[in-house]
Design a protein around this ligand. Structure first.
Ligand SMILES: [Fe+2]
Length: 269
């Protein structure tokens, strides 16, 4: 068994994966006393038995687990990232062991493939939740909150009339999400504007071709340890102290490679 590692930690759209290639070809080629025909048949038979499986890794948040204190506790990160997020990764890897055809996809490709045009494969929920959580950790930063930088602020004011109105709409969306799910600020490719969308369970805006800019996890596991059932306090704290407008500005800058918003370009903070 050989282990090949392929790290893509720099890419927010995919987590690193390790490909395990279970191939007995090397040992079969070294058998000296077989004739060429026998060896060829042996290799063919072994090749049919070879198995290639993709394993995805658990990415670390881009800060220490206590870095968001006191607004999001280390205990919450230990449970939310260290148990829930890890659980999605491990469950996905177990599923992928049984499904060679899903080998080699990045995580965002895997979400689209396993969504299967609205008839999701068993792997979809775990794949989407891995992506969603990676994106969520990178949507926050120590010392976050406050206001976006100038150009992003101008785009928000253009599409929501004011930053205050955007903030109210985002909070309202989070508080009116029924059950478990996510709230997103996305860039609409066709309409060329920012919008707030809500998704249930593991659903992800990539599925209808939106470009995510920031996200908020409104599953109860995201806030219960710190805020019990007070989702409003959690959501307001996220907007005031946690959301990373630096990450949002960087994502907007990348998004403008695909969506022409006109000048000026939004600079990376
Ligand atoms: Fe979560």
């Amino acid at each position: 068994m050989n282990l090949l590692s392929c790290s893509s930690n720099h890419c927010p759209l995919s987590s690193g994966f390790v490909a395990t290639i279970d191939s007995p070809l090397k040992s079969s080629l070294s058998i000296p006393h077989l004739g060429w025909g026998q060896r060829r048949d042996n290799v063919r038979n072994k090749r049919r038995l070879s198995k290639i499986v993709a394993y995805h890794g658990l990415k670390n948040p881009p800060y220490k687990l206590d870095a968001l204190e006191p607004y999001m506790s280390q205990k919450t990160l230990e449970v939310h990232w260290g148990a829930h997020h890890r659980g999605y990764v491990e469950a996905l890897n177990k599923q992928l062991e049984k499904n060679d055809i899903l080998y080699g996809h990045t995580m965002d490709e895997l979400i689209r493939v396993t969504y299967n045009n609205g008839n999701p494969l068993p792997e979809f929920n775990n794949a989407a939740q891995v992506w969603n959580h990676d994106f969520f950790w990178e949507s926050m930063q120590p010392g976050g909150g406050d206001m976006p930088t100038l150009s992003l602020l101008q785009q928000i004011e253009k599409d929501f009339a004011s930053f205050t109105n955007f903030k109210e709409k985002f909070i309202e969306a989070a508080l009116t999400s029924f059950g478990s799910g996510w709230v997103w600020l996305v860039l609409k490719r066709e309409k060329k504007c920012l919008a707030i969308v809500k998704t249930s369970n593991a659903m992800n805006p990539l599925l209808w071709n939106d470009i995510p800019i920031i996200s908020l996890d409104v599953w109860e596991h995201a806030y219960y340890l710190d805020y019990k059932n007070d989702r409003a306090k959690y959501v307001n704290t996220y907007m005031d102290h946690l959301v990373s407008w630096n990450a949002a500005a960087a994502r907007m800058a990348r998004a403008q490679a695909f969506v022409n918003l006109g000048e000026p370009k939004i600079p990376v903070a």
